[in-house]
Design a protein around this ligand. Structure first.
Ligand code: ACO
Length: 325
């Protein structure tokens, strides 16, 4: 049924992304911690990551990605009436990175807010924007995943610092008479907060506790594989679709072994899996829109394609968005 805008659907009309200029290879990391390129590639598939410059913040990365997405959609910032930024590494405690981005884009109307669901943040943000647009409350949304995880890593801890990178990806989501987002399925289970977190907080004018990322890698691996498989089946069943209907599978880019494990369990061929973790590493909330933009620009995601997006991350949070591109 059509919302007040008269348009029943919300559809992605443009994508964009941005990676900071500095590229840190696995070989570069060998000089920092006791690791090897061979170990990192074999365990994760990661070969390099990008690192934001000093003074370059989440909203700056997001700005580049949004400009590219707006250009791809044939829109300008004057058209935008909703901005959602998914991030766990905001520029500051407040205001939100979305408000800082809004000012940088020169937008002074509509709503802007951050979503904090770690590596599932982009699917949470996209699901939220979809509801607002389909309800007719906003017509043209920017949904962004942007992160500077390099700032919350312990660069002496080889078990975590090799895994992450910085970057941003964005989509323009517009009210449309044609189907776009078919359904979204979000989940959380806070009982798993202990296996992946950044526990520090600000109090008394100082950081209290450890503000760097902590992870039980084995536990994360097992949980991620299980919930991604379940969530993919849930999304396909809700739409009466089968695995063979999926033209492109874009899972959160944490680790190539997680992606291929889930794809194998579901029966999705390698050719339909979009993998960018080798070049970007894990950019948390930015990883899905970054991979989507790469696949749109190289032609693996084309108009009419059915695309399955899947996020999973700290919280624990996870979810799927199934869409027609
Ligand atoms: N270089 C070399 N050796 C290392 C490194 C490194 N960078 N890191 C750990 N090791 C060592 C360990 O110390 C250990 O040595 P030991 O046997 O002497 O004790 C050995 O390698 C094996 O360590 P494990 O942790 O058992 O290695 P595993 O095969 O489980 O791989 C990994 C670790 C890659 C973290 C894996 O558990 C994983 O992929 N987990 C998923 C985590 C993930 O992707 N997190 C991203 C954030 S969560 C998210 O985005 C959903």
């Amino acid at each position: 049924m059509a919302g007040p805008s008269g348009a029943p659907f919300a559809r992605i009309t443009g994508t964009g992304s941005y990676l900071p200029a500095r590229c840190l290879t696995n070989r570069d990391l060998e000089a920092l911690v006791d690791t090897t390129d061979e170990w990192i590639v074999a365990r994760t598939g990661i070969r390099q990551r990008h690192i934001a410059a000093d003074g370059e913040f989440t909203s700056d990365l997001a700005l580049h990605a949004c400009r590219a997405a707006l250009a791809a959609a044939g829109r300008t910032s004057a058209d935008v009436d909703l901005i959602i930024v998914a991030t766990s590494t905001p520029d500051m405690v407040f205001p939100s990175s979305a408000c800082l981005l809004q000012a940088k884009l020169g937008v002074a109307r509509g709503a802007a807010f951050d979503v904090q669901a770690v590596c599932a943040g982009f699917v949470y943000g996209l699901a939220t924007a979809d509801l607002f647009v389909r309800a007719g409350q906003f017509r043209c949304a920017l949904v962004v995943g942007a992160e500077v995880f390099s700032r919350i890593l312990d660069w002496k801890d080889r078990s975590t610092c090799v895994l992450f990178g910085d970057g941003a990806g964005a989509v323009v989501l517009e009210a449309s008479p044609q189907p776009g987002i078919l359904s979204s399925h979000l989940h959380a289970d806070g009982r798993y907060a202990g296996i992946l977190n950044t526990p520090g907080h600000v109090a008394g004018g100082a950081i209290q506790g450890d503000p760097t990322l902590k992870m039980d890698g084995g536990a994360v691996f097992k949980l991620a594989v299980r919930v991604l498989e379940d969530s993919a089946r849930e999304a396909l069943a809700a739409n009466g679709l089968g695995v063979s209907d999926v033209d492109a599978y874009i899972a959160h880019q944490a680790n190539v072994r997680i992606i291929s494990h889930v794809a194998k369990k579901l029966g999705i061929s390698d050719a339909r899996c979009i993998v960018t973790v080798d070049r970007h590493a894990n950019t948390s909330a930015a990883s899905i829109p970054l991979a989507l933009d790469v696949a749109v620009r190289d032609g693996r995601v084309r108009p009419g394609h059915t695309v399955l997006l899947q996020g999973v991350g700290g919280g624990f949070t996870w979810g799927s968005v199934l869409l027609k591109y």
